[in-house]
Write a protein that binds this ligand. Structure first.
Ligand code: SF4
Length: 60
């Protein structure tokens, strides 16, 4: 499944992501997407929020 964002050769500074099943995940808990989008609007707590850019790794 293609992701919504371009995968880059670098990672986003100041973002730590531990979702190692995502195709943008890089060792060291980095995200290599060109940008990410977090949802939803009007979230009430930490559990409400998630990364809408997530896409499962192709080989899973
Ligand atoms: S796209 Fe989202 S879930 Fe995937 S590595 Fe980046 S921050 Fe994590």
């Amino acid at each position: 499944m293609p992701g919504r964002a371009q995968k880059t050769n670098t990672h986003i500074d100041r973002v730590k992501c531990v979702v190692n099943t995502c195709q943008y995940y890089e060792n060291g808990d980095y995200c290599s997407a060109e940008s990410i989008e977090i949802q939803p609007r009007n979230a009430k707590n930490t559990e409400d929020t998630d990364c809408a850019t997530f896409a499962p790794k192709m080989n899973m």
